[in-house]
Design a protein around this ligand. Structure first.
Ligand code: AFP
Length: 332
């Protein structure tokens, strides 16, 4: 009897549209040939399912730990970082819609298909120092239209585009459940992965970031090397009795603040005078999502999406989250 009730209540639960159906139903919003962008999003979703499977097996098979090498950003490369990079590169290569891929794991961009119309920037697995300790990690991606003619080799103008030129961006959070959150510039929607069905279902339609919040996320261990203004803002948060939460996985910290309201800050420090985070495959995507959800993203001085990138692996100080909190941090 008990079991029947549980089953009945499960059947009564409304489940959202699958990611595929949602993408299809919403593709008319998109001003360009929409089928191609839809295919790209599907390719990314498919690769994320493979990565999710691998992440979930970490600990059982030998894919945890460091490779003993460093990536372009100077971080130690984990086996799963490299594996995730291979999965996403392969999916985008096979899909055929992308002409180039910019990745945290590769020094230069990867040429994919001259016939492709899109450039992808990706951090295949962010927060990799958290892999070995079973803490949430993520994938971050940005999608741009190429500017040079299709069919010709790609050029710098295709690669070094401002964040405001993104046509879509998103992240996958491998956490207590796996979620894919993305925007094509018409709001932000979140999908939760149902592993037994192998599908993402719409679980968080039209996500909005609270205008104000009470959570601040910053690596307090670096406090001695913060500028006076950042120290003042942290002191302000303490005076307001805000809650400090810092996971050390940007996607996870961002996602929590998106749902609950809050600010994430990676400021300039003595060691990293431009901050630690990478403009092209970390900050731009989250800045686009934050703005689409009613939040804000800034370097402390300027809008992240307005920065002209000078190179693929450029770093910027990053303040992102609830609009009022970012504005207050900027004031100081
Ligand atoms: P890793 O991928 O090297 O773990 O870096 C993660 C990250 O880019 C971002 O996800 C974190 O928020 C931030 O760095 C943490 O950096 P600190 O350890 O310096 O606070």
């Amino acid at each position: 009897m008990q079991n029947i009730r549980v089953e009945e209540s499960r059947i009564a639960q409304p489940i959202g549209a699958t990611l595929d159906r949602f993408i299809k139903n919403n593709q008319d919003h998109f001003q360009y040939a929409s089928g191609e962008l839809s295919q790209l999003l599907r390719d990314i979703a498919l690769a994320s399912k493979v990565v999710n499977r691998e992440v979930n097996k970490a600990g059982l098979i030998d894919i945890m730990g460091s490779l003993g090498s460093q990536n372009m950003a100077g971080d130690s490369q984990q086996k799963l970082d490299v594996l995730a990079n291979i999965r996403f590169t392969r999916a985008l290569m096979k899909g055929g819609e992308a002409c180039a891929l910019i990745s945290e794991e590769a020094e230069s961009y990867v040429d994919l298909n001259n016939e492709g119309r899109y450039v992808i920037a990706i951090d295949p697995l962010d927060g990799s120092s958290n892999i070995d300790v079973n803490v949430s990690i993520g994938t971050i991606f940005s999608i741009y239209r190429r500017k040079s003619p299709v069919g010709k080799p790609i050029q710098d103008i295709d690669i070094l585009q401002k964040g405001s030129e993104q046509v879509a961006a998103g992240y996958i959070l491998y956490g207590s459940s796996t979620m894919l959150v993305y925007t094509t510039g018409f709001g932000v929607n979140g999908f939760t992965y149902e592993p037994s069905l192998g599908e993402y279902f719409l679980s968080h339609p039209n996500m909005r970031m609270p205008e104000d919040g009470k959570i601040y996320s910053i690596n307090a261990g670096l406090a001695n090397s913060f500028s006076e203004s950042v120290k003042q803002y942290v002191q302000y948060c303490k005076d307001q009795k805000y809650t400090a939460r810092y996971i050390g996985s940007l996607v996870a910290d961002f996602h929590r603040n998106l749902l609950k309201g809050g600010i994430y800050i990676y400021p300039a420090t003595a060691k990293d005078p431009n901050g630690k985070l990478r403009l092209m495959y970390e900050c731009n995507a989250l800045a686009f999502i934050a703005e689409q959800a009613g939040g804000k993203a800034s370097t402390g001085h300027e809008r992240v999406l307005d920065i002209e990138p000078r190179n693929l692996h450029e770093r910027v100080p990053f303040y992102v989250g609830s609009k009022k909190m970012v504005e207050k941090a900027e004031q100081l």
